[in-house]
Design a protein around this ligand. Structure first.
Ligand code: ATP
Ligand code: MG
Length: 774
């Protein structure tokens, strides 16, 4: 056990070995918070103080949860599957699965991701003939999620004025639709699980007794509802919550995160142990210096310092480009140099404020022949072909899943038109049943087509009844016609590969979850909705449940895993980013938004697009709090770097189809000059006070077009376009011989279209592609 504690400093040691009382570990980036949390779990178990199943630990991402389980399984020899370690959503899902009856849900309830939720809302609005100009679906989605985040059910919202009344009515109708279809959205997972504990004293008491220790990482980004959930689990006892966080890294206010939870926690849980970790183990001195000085510009801070024993290291490199493509070529060049000097590509991260910025960086990396991987973007499980396959799986698992029905009833095409679908939806409404159940009422040609679809689903369902999950996924892809459909399209090679990857994902899943020998499905009992009204709080205000309906504690302790492999896999597909799947080679350069980089670390980090209006984001011009949040985001970005940090901006950038003219971000001016090394001549770009005020007040495009602030930068990459002409043969180190067929742009933006003999046609940036005349 002493090995466990050997590599900790004094403060870390005392945090890990604290008695079972509430504690707040407040510490800056890279000071070992996550390490302390994991070590404490291992320590508690290895001391024999608690069993692994007595611990509940919440992390911010699935990736972090997986890493935590992996590290624990290395430290301790135990089956980590039984441990309650995961994200808030993952843990709430687990709780609802175990107690689906009490939660008023069908056993095989499905989870809607936000795209599915929007589709469900659109369908609802259509069925109710709601004018979507007056009540846009996206606004309703926001209204619903926001209400749920504040734990408000429709009956609890003031609907006295006409306008609000309509929103509340729609919210209620949406809940009814979800309940009928046996689906829950992301916010519902949290709220339903919260309500379950709130209104069921026996369950609440069971979990309060069971979880002797509750540990929360990234506590600064918990929302009010998440905090309330934790509070319910903790109960009246005066201890057992171990929260680690950094107020300077609170970056999810826009999604309901409430950094004030840290202060509430200190007060409400009577925190006796407030431990600050002040030694940073991640970054070299100059990087840490930059981070500390930057964040000192924020006024709302709980206050702490970070120091390091590491050397100063390299200066932070800063670069101002004329255009976004020039900025991206500079990045590609620097990345190549880092790789050439022996740095592993996955130790290099390119970070940006918004996903749209990745395109130009990707383009330049492709041209330079550098492999990369984009995190975030579209999740594996959200890709069109994967969603289609999952929809078939959902349908055979639950015939009444209208969202899945909608998605695949005419995919691959079966000649079913929009009008026939509308008729079917009307019939379903008339008989208050699902679309599938309404099919027998349909007559004529449309009726025949729908019946063929019904027969197809029944056939797939019967043929796969005894199969294991991976066999079932494979069979569904083939029997549904998806495989044939994509195989007939040469451009769909990648989609076919993704479908194969889905089978692999199912195989890995059954092994990890211990389902490998089980059939994927069982005959499920019909959904019980007896608890629905109570849980949703639609009918009465006095909701606490008592008496006979409660499960006994013995029953709960058995905690049977009632979920079937197929339902579990479908939840997994909704909650997991699927970052490890499909075309995701491991050892490549990592591209992601700053938000996605939270908690991670890399040897070299590029922070790109540091322009006013982009980073800090233009929304922050309106509110001071928002600007402070942007600064925290920048702090998070800087502190991801261990040894090398590169900052860059571009004077002009093409974003969302428009060219924007930018000034460099104020964050450059907030960094100490002693740590910055400009690789372009340091420009006098600093805004005058008047200009800054004007910018703060208004980010109007007109301002960006104003020449008074245009920067004149030396165009570094003087291009050698004249050497290359259309028709000339050229040689590329990776793609071999080819011929130029088109030229475009000039200077550093010059690009050539080259038809390579063995690698097809490619557009290459001449400034970095290192083409040679053949
Ligand atoms: P963040 O705020 O970014 O989430 P953190 O506070 O959670 O950071 P960790 O990720 O736990 O920090 O640790 C940062 C790095 O420092 C990791 O590589 C970790 O292994 C290392 N580290 C932490 N404590 C020590 C220590 N006592 N000795 C050596 N290395 C340490
Ligand atoms: Mg951490």
């Amino acid at each position: 056990m002493s090995d466990l504690l050997d590599n900790l400093n004094l403060e870390q040691y005392s945090a890990v070995t604290l008695p079972n009382e509430s504690a707040l570990i407040l510490a800056g980036a890279g000071s070992g918070k996550t390490r302390v949390l994991i070590t404490r779990i291992a320590w508690l178990i290895s001391c024999g103080e608690v069993n692994a199943t007595d611990i509940l630990a919440v992390t911010f991402t699935n990736k972090a949860a997986r890493e935590m389980l992996l590290r624990l399984s290395k430290i301790l020899t135990l089956n980590t599957n039984s441990m309650w370690i995961g994200t808030f959503h993952g843990l709430c899902n687990r709780m609802l699965r175990a107690h689906y009856r009490d939660a008023g849900l069908p056993q095989d309830f499905q989870i809607l991701d936000s795209a599915d939720q929007l589709m469900a809302i659109r369908r609802l609005m259509k069925s109710l003939n709601i004018d979507d100009e007056k009540y846009p679906a996206k606004s309703l989605q926001y209204f619903i999620n926001n209400a749920k985040e504040q734990s408000l059910r429709p009956a609890e919202i003031d609907a006295s004025d006409n306008h609000n009344r309509k929103w509340v009515e729609l919210y209620s109708a949406y809940n009814q639709q979800c309940q009928r279809e046996g689906v829950v959205d992301f916010s519902e997972l949290l709220l339903r699980s919260y309500n379950l504990l709130q209104y069921n004293p026996a369950l609440r008491a069971y979990y309060q007794t069971r979880f002797k220790h509750i540990l929360v990482d990234e506590f600064q980004d918990t929302s009010k509802l998440q905090y309330a959930w934790i509070k319910l689990l903790a109960g009246e006892r005066n201890g057992g919550i171990f929260a680690v966080g950094d107020d300077d890294q609170s970056i999810y206010a826009f999604r309901g995160a409430h950094a004030g939870n840290m202060l509430d926690f200190e007060r409400e849980f009577n925190v006796q142990h407030l431990i600050k970790l002040e030694q940073n183990y991640r970054s070299h001195g100059n990087i840490l210096d930059a981070a500390n000085v930057l964040i000192s510009h924020n006024s709302k801070r709980l206050g702490k310092n970070l120091r390091t024993n590491a050397c100063h290291g390299k200066l932070v490199q800063a670069y101002g480009a004329a255009t976004d493509s020039q900025e991206a070529s500079w990045i590609a060049g620097k990345v190549q140099t880092l790789i050439d000097t022996g740095l592993s590509p996955d130790e290099i991260a390119v970070l940006y404020r918004s996903n749209a910025q990745s395109r130009i960086v990707e383009h330049m990396l492709v041209n330079a022949g550098i492999e990369y991987r984009v995190y975030g973007g579209l999740r594996f499980f959200e890709r069109q072909e994967v969603k289609h396959a999952l929809a078939y799986l959902r349908l055979i698992n639950n015939f009444n899943d209208d969202i899945a029905f909608d998605r695949v009833v005419n995919f691959p095409a079966r000649g079913i038109g929009t009008r026939s679908l509308e008729q079917l939806a009307n019939t379903a409404r008339t008989y208050n049943c699902s679309m599938m159940q309404a099919i027998p009422y349909m007559l004529g040609r449309a009726g025949q087509l729908f019946n063929e679809f019904l027969a197809l689903i029944e056939r797939i369902s019967n043929n796969t009844r005894a199969m294991s999950l991976p066999e079932m996924v494979e069979a569904v892809i083939s029997l549904s016609g998806l495989e044939k459909f994509y195989a007939n399209k040469p451009e769909s090679q990648e989609r076919i590969e993704n479908l194969r990857e889905l089978v692999n994902a199912a195989s890995a899943f059954v092994v990890e979850e211990g389902y490998n020998l089980m059939p994927a499905r069982s005959i499920l009992p019909v959904c019980s909705t007896e608890n629905y009204a109570v849980i949703l709080g639609e009918n009465n205000n006095n909701k606490e449940k008592t008496g006979a309906a409660l499960p006994s504690i013995e029953e709960l302790q058995k905690n049977p895993n009632q979920i079937t492999p197929i339902s579990d896999f479908l939840s997994h597909a909704s909650l997991e980013p699927g970052d490890n799947l499909a075309n995701t080679r491991k050892n490549v350069v990592q591209l992601m938004t700053v938000h996605a980089a939270k908690g991670l670390e890399f040897v070299a980090v590029f922070i790109t697009g540091l322009e006013e209006g982009l980073f800090p984001h233009e929304n922050s011009a309106i509110k001071k709090d928002a600007l402070e949040e942007e600064r925290r985001l920048m702090y998070v970005a800087i502190t991801r770097a261990k040894e090398s940090l590169y900052l860059s901006f571009a004077q002009s950038r093409m974003l969302h189809g428009k060219t924007r003219y930018n000034v460099r971000s104020r964050f450059f001016d907030e960094l100490p000059t002693r740590v910055l090394q400009w690789t372009t001549p340091r420009t006098k770009s600093n805004l005058s006070k008047r200009q800054r005020t004007s910018l703060d007040n208004n980010y109007a495009d007109a301002y960006f077009n104003d020449n008074t602030i245009a920067l004149k930068l030396v165009n570094q990459n003087q291009c050698t376009q004249s050497v290359f002409q259309i028709g000339k043969s050229v040689f590329h180190s990776k793609f071999g011989e080819g011929k130029i067929t088109e030229l475009e742009g000039d200077g550093s933006d010059a690009k050539a279209r080259v038809e390579f003999k063995r690698h097809g046609t490619k557009w290459l940036a001449l400034a970095i592609a290192k083409l040679q005349p053949a």
